[in-house]
Design a protein around this ligand. Structure first.
Ligand code: FAQ
Length: 311
C-alpha cells in the first residue's frame, strides 16, 4: 500500500530522520519553524546592540578586540539563521520587514540596558549560558538546516560564555568596588535571563506541538530548571549571591527550588514595553534605512556584471 505524504513525514519524525527543505511537511510545521528560526535570527541581530554599546568603552585593547569579535559572531549567527529560515520558502526581506513592523518577536532579554562593564560579563556568563542550554538540544531538532546551523552556533556560544565568566571572575577577584559591580550586574540580569526560556509550560501555547514534532526537545520549564542547577554552583564559585530568597536545594528532586519569575514583567517586555524596546527597534530600522544605498549599489553591480557576461 502506498503511504500518504503525511505518513512518510510522521515516520521520519518517529525514527529521528531529519526533515529536509524539499520534503513534504505539514503547513503548520513549516509555519512554526519559520516563526522560531526567524525569531532566533532577529534575537542574534538585535542582541548585538546591548553589547555594541560597550565596544568603544571596553576597559582595555584586549577586551575591546574580544568584544568586537563576539558581536561579529552574533551577526554571523543571525545571517546563518536567516538562511536556514529561507529554505522554508520565506525571504529575508519579508522576515526583516516583520521585525521592523513589530510583527515578529525577538528575545525579551535584549530589551534591557547595559549600565556598566560588568553587564558585559553578566551577558556572556548568563545570557550566553541560557542560549547554550536552550540551543544544544536544538542540534537534534527535526529540521535539518536548523539542526546543522546549531552545531557551529553552539561552539561559538560556549566560547562566548567562557569569555563572560572570565570577565566576572576578574571583577570578583578585584577591588571591592569591582566585586560590587559584578553583584549588581548579576542582580539585574538573573531574572530576565530566566525569562529567556519562555513562559511556564502551562502557559506556553507552542510547546506541546513542537515537542511532538521534535522541533523542541525539552520544555521551557525543563530547560529553566537545568539552567538554575548549572548556574548556582558557578555563582558560588564567584562568591556572588543569587538574588532569590526562595532559592533552596531540594534533595528529593536533586535540583534547586527557586522563586517565581515576574511573569507580568515578562509579558510587558514581550509586548514592546520593556526599558529598551523602542530604542532597539529604532536602531534596527535606522541601520536598515542607512544601508539602502549599499543594497542598491550591490544590486546595480550584480546587474552590470550579469549584462557583461551575457554579451
Ligand atoms: N522573548 O509557546 P512559547 C541569542 C514568545 S539567544 C520574547 O513557549 P516557543 C544568543 C513566543 O515566541 C535568544 N518572546 O513559544 C545571543 C510565543 O509567541 P509567538 C534567542 C518570547 O517558540 C546571546 C509566545 O511567547 N534564542 O540570541 C520569549 O515554543 C548573547 C509563547 O511562548 C532563541 O530564539 C522570550 N524570551 O518557545 C545573542 C532559541 N519566550 O511566537 C547575543 C530558539 C517566548 O507565538 C548576545 N527558540 N516568547 O508570537 C526557542 O527555543 C523557542 O522559540 C522559545 C519559546 C523557547 C524561545
Amino acid at each position: 500500500i502506498e503511504k500518504s505524504l503525511e505518513e512518510v513525514f510522521e515516520e521520519k519524525i518517529a525514527n529521528d530522520i531529519r526533515i529536509e527543505p524539499k520534503d513534504w511537511m505539514p503547513e503548520q510545521y513549516r509555519k512554526t519553524l519559520v516563526r522560531q528560526i526567524s525569531q532566533h535570527a532577529h534575537s542574534e541581530i538585535v542582541g548585538m546592540l546591548p553589547e555594541g554599546n560597550w565596544i568603544t568603552r571596553a576597559p582595555s585593547l584586549k577586551r575591546k578586540a574580544i568584544l568586537l569579535s563576539k558581536v561579529q559572531d552574533e551577526a554571523g549567527h543571525g545571517l546563518y539563521l536567516y538562511s536556514a529560515a529561507e529554505t522554508l520558502g520565506t525571504t529575508r526581506d519579508q522576515m526583516i520587514a516583520d521585525l521592523h513592523s513589530g510583527k515578529a518577536k525577538y528575545s525579551s532579554i535584549f530589551n534591557y540596558p547595559t549600565l556598566s562593564w560588568a553587564d558585559i560579563g553578566a551577558i556572556g556568563w548568563l545570557v550566553d549560558g541560557a542560549a547554550i542550554m536552550n540551543q544544544v538540544p536544538l542540534i537534534r531538532t527535526s529540521y535539518g538546516p536548523y539542526a546543522r546551523a546549531m552545531v557551529r552556533v553552539c561552539k561559538e556560544e560556549s566560547f562566548h560564555q567562557r569569555q563572560g565568566f572570565e570577565i566576572m571572575m576578574t571583577l570578583c577577584n578585584g577591588a571591592p568596588a569591582q566585586k560590587q559591580m559584578a553583584q549588581e550586574a548579576f542582580n539585574r540580569w538573573w531574572w530576565p535571563t530566566l525569562m529567556m526560556f519562555g513562559p511556564k509550560d502551562s502557559e506556553s501555547p507552542n510547546t506541546e506541538q513542537s515537542m511532538r514534532w521534535k522541533i523542541k526537545r525539552f520544555t521551557n520549564d525543563e530547560l529553566r530548571q537545568r539552567f538554575v542547577d548549572m548556574m548556582v554552583p558557578q555563582a558560588e564559585f564567584l562568591g556572588l549571591t543569587v538574588p532569590d530568597k526562595d532559592l533552596k536545594w531540594n534533595e528529593t528532586k536533586n535540583g534547586y527550588d527557586f522563586g517565581d519569575v515576574d511573569w507580568e514583567e515578562f509579558w510587558n517586555v514581550v509586548k514592546g514595553n520593556g526599558p529598551c524596546n523602542k530604542d532597539r527597534l529604532s536602531a534596527r530600522v535606522k541601520a536598515h534605512e542607512e544601508g539602502a544605498w549599499v543594497r542598491e549599489a550591490a544590486l546595480a553591480h550584480a546587474q552590470k556584471r550579469a549584462q557583461r557576461e551575457a554579451q
